[in-house]
Design a protein around this ligand. Structure first.
Ligand code: F6P
Length: 322
């Protein structure tokens, strides 16, 4: 059996750990692995070559992905998927490990259902926004990167007694924002799934902070917040309330860096498990983590919505901000 492995969508620390585990577990089972470059785009173009154990030396601790990644909207077209499957069959590749987020899993699910290419998904996105799994690769690393950055901002915010709005990634998920806020002792967090995410509430919380004698306040803003970007929110606060505030957008530094031990361990476990299940004949699944245990879910489950950040975390943040 020959299998392909690709990384797709936004890169996430821990992807290399998963690639290494796929290649080495396959080798241990006597299977060949082909590395497909640039995600689904490489799958369509037949951009692949054999990947051996030695090719994966010293990548466990590296951020990014040695296979490169891309977003390939053209893969949403069934005729493009049929063409890709033809190429895979011609090269003798009967199974695929897809490391990526929800868009990547949707592509894999359709490929398995329509074309009979056996597909395994490994959750890889710093957003931690996939249904059925408590963790995705890269989340823990990105969270620690954001926390370190906000700690530094806290030093200057408290020296100057300023309000800071710090934007973290998360186009449609507040997971990173809420966890960063709690870990940094932020005064408030704005995130897409929040029900009381209003400008009035933000102003109220900032006033409350000042009344409590706080000279500085930190507000974590998820990139995809309904009130707009941190820059837009900051402009409005400055214009309407004359607040002396600063805005910091953490951006792509959250996607880079050496993966934490947790991201390396889960990359390794999921990579190995994906290969073992494909070798045993499983056809359309993705891996996850539920209450500390490794789980496998049908790829079709990706159609259901991801769980929002636990409400109790945002509630706890408010209690601890006093
Ligand atoms: O999907 C992960 C993510 O980091 C999102 O939080 C963010 O909106 C997006 O990727 C940005 O991706 P890019 O700049 O690579 O298009």
């Amino acid at each position: 059996m020959r299998l392909g492995v690709l990384t797709s969508g936004g890169d996430a620390p821990g992807m290399n750990a998963a690639i290494r585990a796929v290649v080495r577990q396959a080798d241990a089972l006597g299977l060949e692995t082909f590395g497909i470059r640039h995600g689904f785009r490489g799958l369509i173009q037949g951009d692949w070559s054999p990947l051996k154990s030695r090719d994966c030396a010293n990548i466990l601790q590296r951020g990014g992905t040695i296979l490169h990644t891309a977003r390939a909207p053209e893969f949403a077209d069934p005729s493009v998927r049929a063409q890709a499957a033809e190429g895979l069959r011609a090269a003798g590749l009967s199974a695929l490990v897809v490391i990526g987020g929800d868009g990547s899993f949707r592509g894999a699910e359709a490929l398995a259902r329509e074309q009979g290419i056996r597909c395994a998904g490994i959750p890889g996105t710093i957003d931690n926004d996939l249904p059925g799994t408590d963790r995705t690769l890269g989340f823990d690393t990105a969270l620690n990167t954001a926390v370190e950055a906000v700690d530094r901002i806290r030093d200057t915010a408290s020296s100057h007694e300023r309000v800071f709005l710090v934007e973290v990634m998360g186009r449609s998920s507040g997971m990173l924002a809420v966890h960063t806020a709690l870990a940094c002792g932020a005064e408030f967090v704005l995130y897409p799934e929040a029900e009381d995410d209003t400008f009035e509430e933000l102003v109220h919380q900032l006033k409350l902070s000042a009344e409590r004698g706080k000279g500085s306040s930190i507000v974590i803003v998820a990139e995809g917040d309904q009130l707009g970007s941190a820059v837009a929110i900051g402009d409005r606060l400055q214009k309407d309330f004359g607040l002396d505030l600063r805005v910091a957008v953490l951006g792509h530094i959250q996607r880079g860096g050496s993966p934490t031990a947790l991201d390396r361990i889960w990359g390794s476990r999921w990579g190995s498990e994906a290969v073992k299940r494909l070798a045993a004949g499983e056809a359309s699944f993705y891996l996850g983590l539920q209450e500390g245990a490794l789980v496998a879910l049908p790829l079709a489950r990706i159609q259901s919505p991801a769980a929002p950040p636990p409400r109790e975390l945002a509630a706890l943040l408010r209690i601890l901000a006093r």
